[in-house]
Design a protein around this ligand. Structure first.
Ligand SMILES: C[S@@+](CC[C@H](N)C(=O)[O-])C[C@H]1O[C@@H](n2cnc3c(N)ncnc32)[C@H](O)[C@@H]1O
Length: 252
């Protein structure tokens, strides 16, 4: 599965994923889990949000470019035009939706410290049996992992800029071994599904500075990303959706 071509550019870390497209997987998951309260950070055109079925959906994005009817299959859709940091600082999410978040899709700014904050802020307002999905944490090559999206333009996959959010996988494994972190084979660049949530945990927020210092500068991430794939099996999205027993894959 892992194929590191050090001689050629771009060095390939994974040959690509052939599972269920990420937005179709999330749509099916929202139905399968009978989601009540859904949160999406980074909505953009609304492609993913449009397919979600739930009671209350909350979207957060400072720069919407909606092209889809994001209100379909929902009783109410609450769109906040602001950054996720501002949203979490200003919003009592439990009061807003009338309970905890049971399904979240985090797809905002693709620099790992932003996603790290989105993860711990989302976990704090989630149900214990909720699921948080992270986008773009499973890069196919190193070029798409630059922190600066402009620098990724020489990469033939530049339309799939992932930034360095892949770091969340090793970070969660190191600092939150109590979480279940599953890599799912959704094209184009995977979905990382987190369950076993602990809304009372403050490990990530209290150790935030230490984590950012430790992970910010990774001069050549090839080996670390290859290790991530070697250590963590990539699970079939079709098997998750078709399986009767979700507990095979996620903490329930
Ligand atoms: C890749 S797009 C989201 C695509 C969408 N989730 C989907 O799959 O259809 C990323 C979005 O994140 C938004 N974004 C950038 N910085 C953000 C931040 N700090 N907080 C929330 N959203 C942010 C951008 O405006 C952009 O619309």
């Amino acid at each position: 599965m892992i194929n590191i071509l050090r001689s050629g550019k771009p060095a390939q870390l994974h040959r690509g994923f052939s599972g269920v497209m990420y937005r179709d997987f999330l749509a099916a998951l929202s139905r399968k889990r009978q989601s009540r309260n859904y949160l999406e950070v980074g909505v953009h055109f609304g492609d993913a949000l449009a397919g979600i079925a739930c009671d209350t959906a909350v979207g957060v994005d400072p720069d919407y470019r909606l092209q889809e009817d994001v209100t379909g299959n929902k009783r109410r859709t609450l769109l906040h035009r602001c950054t996720s940091d501002r949203f979490f600082a200003e919003t009592d999410v439990r009061a807003l939706v009338g309970g905890g978040i049971d399904l979240a899709f985090l797809d905002g700014l693709h620099q790992f410290e932003f996603l790290l904050r989105d993860v711990y802020n989302t976990e704090a307002v989630s149900d214990r049996n909720g699921l948080i999905a992270l986008h773009d944490c499973m890069p196919l090559n190193v070029e798409m992992t630059t922190r600066d999206p402009a620098a990724a333009r020489t990469d033939p996959f530049h339309a799939m800029w992932t930034g360095d959010v892949w770091k969340l996988v090793p970070i969660l494994k190191a600092y939150r071994p109590d979480l279940d972190v599953v890599l799912v084979d959704c094209p184009p660049t995977g979905l990382v599904c987190i369950t076993g949530l602990d809304p009372d945990s403050r490990v990530l927020s209290e150790r935030y500075r230490e984590i950012v210092q430790a992970y910010r500068d990774v001069p050549d991430p090839s080996d670390r990303i290859a290790a991530m794939y070697a250590e963590t099996p990539v699970v079939s999205s079709a098997a998750i959706l078709n399986g009767e027993d979700h507990s095979l894959y996620f903490r329930v």
